[in-house]
Design a protein around this ligand. Structure first.
Ligand code: MN
Length: 276
């Protein structure tokens, strides 16, 4: 295996597919939680992180920081095409990294012609993309297919995966591992608010790599061992959050509105919300 040039994103097996192993990239990184079509909040988050508008890629950090998306770019929110176009442009220019979430993989399968059920917000994403020229859908399929299931970054100190990943699978680049990282414990009987059951690897995690994940909306990110979930439920009306690395500080912006509701409510009653 050759050693890639420092700072260049590593393409290994095929020129159009990124390698999970990007440990030569040392950041600094801004790891961004589930966007779910919330383009206005994503733009606000980039501004809050100190990025500047860039004609070619969309946003650029004057300090050379690299955004890393934990996945779930699409579904439930209002601007799925806009989010995918922005993130795929940035990724295509080496100005960001992105791993797929379960919503992205379902949409990837739809775009590939598989008979996937139009549920959990996918129906809205499909409606938006079907109103676009065919080449938008074609390049979106190429984009999602180019994403490996997780990334190993910063000399192996940082792992980013949509639902997280147990230690023995860090760096494992197989379709099964990609599916596991995107979907996690895919059991419809699990309460979507139940972090421990939706991310069962956390209970046994003793790894030295910090694992950053999304997937399960929480009101406040908190460290559990060397892991942290940063999906703060923007599309459900709360916040879009980034974890700065190596600083390990959080930056978030509020949702403009509640775009989607769940049968079991995510947001607390207004009088119980702590002011921060
Ligand atoms: Mn999600």
């Amino acid at each position: 295996m050759h050693h890639p040039a420092p700072g260049r994103i590593h393409r290994e097996r095929r020129p159009d597919v990124l390698s999970v192993d990007q440990r030569h990239l040392t950041g600094p990184f801004d790891i961004i939680g589930d966007v779910h079509g919330c383009l206005n909040e994503l733009n606000a988050l980039f501004a809050a992180l100190g990025y500047e508008r860039d004609e070619a890629s969309g946003w650029r950090s004057p300090d050379g920081r690299l955004p890393v998306f934990v996945g779930d770019l699409v579904d439930r929110g209002p601007f799925n095409v806009g989010v995918v176009e922005l993130v795929s442009t940035m990724v295509g220019q080496g100005a960001a990294l992105c791993v797929p979430g379960n919503h992205d993989v379902q949409f990837e399968r739809y775009l590939a012609g598989e008979p996937v059920p139009l549920l959990f917000g996918l129906e809205g994403t499909v409606r938006e993309f079907e109103a676009q020229p065919a080449e938008v859908r074609e390049r979106t399929l190429v984009f999602f297919r180019s994403l490996p299931g997780h990334f190993v970054l910063d000399h192996g100190r940082l792992v980013v995966a949509h639902t997280g990943l147990r230690e023995d699978l860090h760096g494992v680049d197989t379709p099964e591992c990609r599916h596991l990282a995107a979907y996690g414990a895919n059991d419809d009987s699990i309460d979507p608010r139940d972090v421990a059951r939706r991310h069962p690897w956390i209970a046994d995690y003793t790894g030295s790599a910090c694992v950053v994940y999304g997937h399960t909306p929480i009101l406040e990110p908190a460290w559990h061992r060397n892991t942290i979930g940063i999906d703060t439920g923007c599309v459900f009306g709360w916040r879009l959050t980034a974890l700065r690395w190596p600083e390990r500080t959080l930056v978030s912006v509020p949702a403009g509105q509640i775009y989607a509701r769940r049968r079991r409510p995510f947001l607390p009653e207004p009088d119980t919300i702590q002011s921060t």
